[in-house]
Design a protein around this ligand. Structure first.
Ligand code: FAD
Length: 395
């Protein structure tokens, strides 16, 4: 009897693409599921039941992990790059070090249709679109075979992405390479590309997307914070506090995360990558030596390889060693149990079914703008005297 191939179930599949890229017969494709997350589909006609896809799946076989060795607060020594980055600009500092070693860099960019994908950069110009967090699930799989070829040829490769993507790449490669540096982000969850797509439809037509310049956390003019900014066709610039932006709100409340994110085994405890980067929220309480307004990163060194890499680039960074608990306090993501359980909103399934059937605006009206929030929005939009009056009425 033929062997039955069983890939990770929906609750565990992160869509890393390791199974697809490993299949010797090209029998696996990725198609969007009901919630818009690309997921593996096996073509039974092409499948030869070799089981290589199962072996490459990080959800079925967790790759080797490292305990955190040291933690730092860090900021790049380059004002322009810092302004353009989401937090302390560590990605740019790491990419520069990789180029100094004649390496290639892999990071996340928007494609022409505003889908987030992992691509290659070979110089300073090509890393610019990689800067900035794209708060949406991204596709990494296509890059894996190319990365393997670079590694085999002896070139240094810096891979930067989500923890599940780092796990996927590690599983795909099957062995460690001295010339590979894996960097992952502290990650709270990856939202549905379909949700972002439908939200963007409310801003501009599909054919105008090329004129869109979407930035989730523009530091201008507020300094580091959580904002969504876009420059539309008529150069109209909208800036909104995160709380007033419906897409950001859906991300922030974990409504649109991939199913696997709620029990992610890569985002807490020991790490699959050599280095982990994130935001150092609440830094003023512990370190006064940084210009907090422009963003300070949290940096975790998880392996000896990561330690050596960091030693090479420290002149380009301001670094202060810190207790990992200082980072964990306001960023409760990497401590505690290996299996992180993030609360899945009870109305998540209903949100997706309304989103799919009736579109973004209908889902937004029903799930994202409750009465209380509407009142709060009116209240914060009013000048102080008006706000006092409203407060009296609401009481
Ligand atoms: C979905 C998501 C959730 C996150 N959640 C948290 C969190 O809860 N707490 C926290 O401290 N930090 C979180 N981060 C990380 C944080 O937002 C910054 O990306 C990180 O601190 C790097 O900042 P930087 O200034 O060094 O790099 P930047 O120059 O801003 O570069 C961004 C880096 O992130 C990578 N990246 C951006 N978007 C994606 C994506 N969609 N998929 C894969 N890689 C991507 C790029 O490849 C690049 O390496 C999250 C990032 C993402 C993408």
């Amino acid at each position: 009897m033929d062997k039955i191939i069983t890939l990770a179930e929906k609750e565990r599949c992160t869509g890393c693409g390791a199974c697809k890229e490993t299949c010797p017969k090209g029998a696996i494709s990725f198609l969007p599921d009901q919630e818009g997350f690309p997921s593996p589909v096996i073509d039974d006609e092409k499948c030869i039941r070799c089981g290589m896809c199962e072996k490459a799946c990080p959800a079925l076989h967790l790759p080797e992990t490292h305990a955190i060795q040291a933690a730092y607060a860090a900021q790049i020594n380059d004002e322009a790059a810092l302004k353009d980055s989401t937090s302390g600009g560590l990605f740019t500092a790491f990419a520069r070090e990789a180029f100094r070693r004649d390496g290639v860099v892999y990071g996340c960019v928007w494609d022409d249709e505003y889908h987030a994908v992992i691509r290659k950069a070979e110089n300073e110009e090509e890393i610019k679109p990689m800067r900035g967090s794209k708060y949406v699930w991204s596709w990494a799989g296509d890059a894996f075979p190319e990365i393997k070829a670079y590694l085999e040829s002896g070139r240094t490769v810096l891979f930067t992405g989500l923890p599940c993507q780092a796990a996927g790449l590690k599983s795909y490669l099957k062995k460690d390479y001295d010339n590979l540096l894996l960097v992952d982000c502290l990650c709270s969850g990856a939202p549905s590309p379909m949700a972002l797509d439908l939200y963007l439809d409310t801003i501009c037509k599909k054919e105008d997307r090329k004129n869109l310049n979407l930035k989730f956390r523009d530091k201008d003019p507020y300094g580091v914070g959580v904002h969504i900014t876009y420059t539309g066709k008529k150069k109209r610039i909208k800036k909104g506090e995160h709380i007033r932006n419906p897409y950001y709100w859906s991300f922030y409340t974990r409504l649109v995360d991939r199913e696997s994110c709620y029990q992610c085994p890569y985002g807490s405890g020991d790490r699959v990558s050599d280095i982990t980067i994130g935001d150092f929220w609440g830094i003023s309480e512990y370190h006064q030596e940084f210009k907090v307004r422009d963003g300070v990163s949290a940096l975790l060194v998880n392996s000896d390889k990561g330690k050596q890499f960091l030693a090479g680039l420290t002149p380009g960074l301001n670094l202060s060693e810190t207790d990992p608990m200082n980072i964990a306090k306001e960023n409760n993501l990497f401590i505690g149990n290996r299996k992180r359980n993030i609360h899945k909103p009870l109305n998540r399934a209903d949100f997706f079914s309304v989103l799919k059937e009736k579109g973004w605006k209908a889902a937004e009206r029903r799930f994202l703008f409750t009465k209380g929030r509407m009142l709060r929005m009116v209240y914060t939009a009013l000048p102080a005297r008006g706000a006092k009056l409203i407060r009296k009425i609401v009481r």
